[in-house]
Design a binder for this molecule. Structure first.
Ligand SMILES: Nc1ncnc2c1ncn2[C@@H]1O[C@H](COP(=O)(O)OP(=O)(O)OP(=O)(O)O)[C@@H](O)[C@H]1O
Ligand SMILES: [Mg+2]
Length: 341
């Protein structure tokens, strides 16, 4: 996997955080109703590197993403005028858990209709930021605006504008895929719940598996269902907390494609990730959270310019393990949809 090797001086891995129980604090139907307990998948940590070691920036082979299709996001398109006003503004954000000062003054802005990737090692505070921005957690200080609404003062307006796919799946494994989406549609009171559900199932390649219990889904299918559920109601701002953690490369590429489509349909997307390649592939803007503040923020090109020019070496290029894996496992989508559970 290619890596954006950044100046992350002491990104030593930390104790994995406790995810607060979101179930009890779900303030709005826009936020998933149940957070079924799932053991977190192990995630790679950002290797600690000194800036002098950093810039091996030669592009390594990455699977290309198919260009976004213009298919069925018409309900997104219909919300375009609302989405035009949307952006995220975070200024001086602070949050501590007892003596643990997690956020010490975080500032960033996300332009509407773009994908913003928030990187950081385990425990850096990514989920904390997502929870504050999605109104699940209160900040100690600072201001946060989502779609022009203040998360403290206009909580309900923010909740109406967003969706959250949390770090751990919100899918109810006992229900079928269709029932999960229907449940969400009913909770959110959307008109045409049945039609929207069918569209989402189709869009996420889950039509054939729609009437099977989610407990029989593969990890990738589960994650796709999770994201599909969060999109009921056509939110303008989408928070995705580690959307591809634990997915195989094929499923990850599928989720990437979906995320790109959502952005091209006008949604503003903030995602957190530990996969640097994910940020490279998807994000217009990348920010690195470290020791409570954003230590780097910009486009990939801008971040690259922060480092000395790359040393040019001529090496025999080998395929990456990811390319080998994808070549060997290339299966068609229909097989994945109906079969591999
Ligand atoms: N509700 C809470 N109570 C106490 N401490 C918390 C709570 N939520 C988070 N923390 C602590 O805050 C810090 C940041 O946690 P957070 O989950 O935001 O990190 P993260 O960057 O999302 O990490 P990961 O990559 O492992 O998901 C951690 O030290 C964690 O233990
Ligand atoms: Mg997290």
């Amino acid at each position: 996997m290619s890596s954006l090797k950044m100046a992350t001086p002491t990104l030593a891995s930390q104790t994995p955080p406790q995810t607060p129980p979101l179930t009890s604090s779900l303030p709005t139907p826009l936020i998933a109703p149940t957070l079924a307990s799932q053991s977190p998948s192990p995630t790679p940590t950002l290797a600690s590197q000194s800036p002098s070691q950093a810039p091996s920036l030669a592009a390594s082979p990455t699977p290309s993403l198919a260009s976004p299709t213009s298919s069925s996001w018409h309900f997104y398109q219909s919300q375009q005028s609302v989405a035009d006003k949307c952006a995220i503004k975070v200024r001086g954000l602070k949050k501590a858990f007892a003596a643990n000062e997690v956020l010490k003054g975080v500032d960033f802005t996300v332009q509407r209709g773009t994908i913003f990737a928030l990187l950081g090692s385990n425990g850096a505070g990514k989920t904390t930021i997502v929870q504050i921005l999605s109104t699940l957690l209160k900040a100690d200080a600072g201001t946060v605006e989502v779609c022009g609404y203040n998360v403290k003062k206009q909580l309900r307006k923010v909740q109406e504008s967003i969706s959250l796919t949390g770090q751990f799946a919100a899918v109810d494994a006992i229900l079928t895929g269709r029932e999960n989406i229907m449940l969400m549609a009913n909770l959110r009171g959307v008109a045409n719940a049945r039609k929207i559900t069918a569209e989402l199932l189709e869009r996420f390649g889950l039509t054939q598996a729609a009437d099977r219990r989610a407990s029989t889904y593969s990890g990738g299918m589960m994650r796709r269902l999770d994201i599909a559920m969060s999109l009921v109601g056509a939110p303008n701002v989408i928070f995705l907390d580690e959307p591809t953690t634990g997915l195989d490369p094929e499923a990850r590429i599928e989720v990437w494609r979906t995320i790109k489509e959502l952005a091209s349909g006008g949604a503003t997307i903030l995602l957190t990730t530990q996969y640097l390649e994910e940020a490279e592939q998807l994000a217009k803007q990348i920010a690195i959270l470290h020791e409570g503040t954003i230590i780097a923020n910009g486009t990939l090109d801008e971040l690259k310019q922060m480092f000395p020019p790359a040393k040019i070496e001529y090496v025999e290029k080998q395929p990456s393990l990811e390319e080998i894996f994808l070549a060997i496992t290339a299966k068609d989508n229909s097989a994945k949809d109906g079969g591999a559970a």
